[in-house]
Design a protein around this ligand. Structure first.
Ligand SMILES: Nc1ncnc2c1ncn2[C@@H]1O[C@H](COP(=O)(O)OP(=O)(O)OP(=O)(O)O)[C@@H](O)[C@H]1O
Ligand SMILES: [Mg+2]
Length: 319
């Protein structure tokens, strides 16, 4: 079976990463003396590719959420452990690694590396180039693969792992049966003896400070628990078809998903189109408000208080 390998980079390559970080303007990340291109924006991170040879062919995800060395080291440990579990249960990821540098403010920053995949193979792009029948095949493959986590979790109560099943987190090529890869491994959600191991405070750090208490009170638990619930993971995947402007797949995907659930997990209630629409409306609204507050905060901190702002914010996202 295919298995991911660890990526090791040369000292020269690490020096480039380190120099990139020291010269990084988080408001204009692509204007750096090291030529980079942004290939993905997440809520917590930004994905870069470098033009320079020693770093070519690798995608780097910048995680700048850590206040202390201990936090970064602990996160790295979870990240590696998460990969080991995925690999053990048969979910293949691209080759991966973790590289630590220091920010201008002296804080640890992790660059998570991954073998660079063809952009057209990432499934939110792929669905725009294939027909409905092929898209259904892809969905079934993703469901079967996610079911490996469901089985693992059922066998390890209290020690479950979470997964974010959105299409943008998978890569696949239709003519290669075993090519499905899970790439969003930077949120290593994992429980031990019932306790979440990933520090939710890391997530709170990206939150606009004005909203932290609201999020703590209302959303955080929901946001985290949804990644442990197969039904909610599927709802999230299908609802995101709105964002991907592929609404015409919603009806066929619901048929595939509900048939799959009925056959393999009859205890899980069928998913309705109404739920998908309601979920999407709520999710989109939350993230839109969230990003707006982050931008207000960045403005306030950098322009008014003249303090550094070390996070890169996504551009306009069409949801
Ligand atoms: N190895 C890779 N090869 C090619 N493209 C990638 C790779 N890793 C990430 N990307 C691109 O960047 C996007 C975001 O990556 P990923 O899903 O890992 O992070 P994320 O969703 O931004 O995570 P988070 O929200 O947790 O920060 C992907 O959907 C994909 O388009
Ligand atoms: Mg993702």
């Amino acid at each position: 079976m295919t298995k991911a390998n660890k990526i090791r980079i040369t000292t020269n390559a690490l020096n480039i990463l380190s120099d990139f970080e020291l010269n990084l303007d988080t408001a204009n990340p692509e204007t750096n003396k090291h030529a980079v291109k942004i290939i993905g924006y997440g809520e917590m991170s930004t994905v870069f590719i470098f033009k320079e040879k020693p770093l070519a062919g690798i995608a780097f995800k910048r995680m700048a959420l850590f206040e202390t060395e201990a936090e970064a080291t602990y996160y790295e440990k979870l990240y590696l452990e998460y990969h080991e579990i995925l690999s053990k249960i048969g979910i293949v990821t691209p080759d991966y690694g973790c590289h630590k540098v220091t920010s201008r403010q002296g804080k640890p920053v992790l660059y998570l590396s991954q073998k660079l995949l063809a952009p057209e193979s990432i499934c939110h792009k792929l669905i725009h180039t294939i027909n409905i029948k092929e898209a259904n095949t892809l969905l079934l493959k993703v469901l079967e693969t996610m079911a490996k986590v469901v089985k693992y979790n059922a066998k390890n109560p209290g020690n479950e792992i979470g997964l974010d099943g959105q299409l943008s987190n998978w890569s696949f090529s239709l003519n290669k049966k075993d090519s499905l890869r899970y790439l969003d491994t930077s949120t290593p959600l994992m429980k031990k003896n019932g306790a979440e191991q990933l520090d939710a405070n890391l997530f709170l750090r990206i939150c606009p400070s004005m909203l932290v208490w609201v999020i703590k009170l209302f959303f955080l638990k929901d946001v985290v628990t949804r990644y442990y619930n197969f039904r909610l993971i599927i709802i999230d995947l299908i609802a995101n078809l709105f964002k991907e402007k592929k609404q015409e797949l919603i009806a066929p995907f619901l048929i595939i998903a509900n048939t799959y659930l009925q056959k393999n997990y009859p205890q899980i209630k069928s998913i309705t189109e109404k739920e998908i629409i309601a979920y999407y409306k709520e999710d989109a609204l939350i993230w839109r408000i969230f990003l707006l507050f982050r931008k207000i905060e960045r403005f306030f901190r950098t322009k008014i208080l003249r303090r550094p702002y070390n996070l890169i914010l996504p551009g306009k996202i069409n949801r």
